[in-house]
Design a protein around this ligand. Sequence first.
Ligand SMILES: [Zn+2]
Length: 368
Amino acid sequence: MNKAIKYRLYPTKKQTEYFLKCFGCCRFVYNQALNWRMAAYKADRTSLNYNDTAFGLTALKRQFVWLKEADSIALQQALRNLDSAYDSFFKKNGGFPKFKSAKHSRKSYMTINQNGTVSVSDNAVKLPKVGTVKAKIHRKPLPDWKLKSATVSMDSDGKFYVSCLFEFDKLIYIVPTSGKAIGLDYKSDGLYMDSNGNVGSNHKYYRESYVKLAKEQRKLKNKTIGSNNYRKQQLKINRIHKHIANQRLDNLHKLSTKITNSYDVVCVESLNMRSLSNKGFGNGKATMDNGYGMFLNMLEYKLADRGKHFVKVDKWFPSTQLCSCCGCRMRLALNERIYKCSCGLTIDRDHNAAINIRNEGLRILQSA
Ligand SMILES: [Zn+2]
């Protein structure tokens, strides 16, 4: 299996210059080789490819000595790209290869990892010739993933990225028993209650930030729309919004990573967020804001990366109505927080639901 992860790079001035040089060299090599091939074809109808020593990278480097400063694997790759462009032309899948313009061609180059020439650490990516480049590693590859190649690119507003391609074996997984499984029940005024009775909630500073936000929003009302002060205040508010979003994201990552590391099976209810917020929970704002949907997405991909299971229980499954002990069914009013069954079970409503979700999830998994 392959997986590509794209990281934002923060190159120094010198590294930026190097990247730009590499983009330019790759484009140059591509264009020059195309030039030669076209000339050779015109002269005596010979078809060349990058393996022809007289026209390959060695020849190019001999004539254009400055190419030696660029990553030679990247240059080799540029020549391969030209070859595939020719291939698809001959197979009538594409037009005749075009010269790459400095202005309009994609600014990127690809290099291949050769025994650790490319690697990803906590806060940087190592690349041939340029060395360690600062990067935001939002997702760490697992220890058994093999880094195959990396593509450095620059987008239109000058930001640099590297897309790393990893290869790994697909894990074969045995359905575990309930000891390593957990069920999560959605909580509109927090995040979730799990089947062990623990509550996962948003960041503790989250509320404080909201108080601050409300205060700054009140201040905005006293300012003249369109004035400098109004604009400044608006900026301040935007920054708080951004800060809150970051706090939330950070917290969701922490919680989902912790669950993924501790359990093999995570069972959740598939929810329709929109209908929930209108469902008379009386707390629409909290529902839309608490990021549960985002949280489920994180869980899903993190579990998949580790070959673990993410099981969605149907949204019509009566998780709150069933007794998690004896299985009998009764309706609970929305404001009833305790589930009291005639079998003797007395349990928090959400805790009961989370256990039911876990059991139903395991049943689905075992019958699949
Ligand atoms: Zn019961």
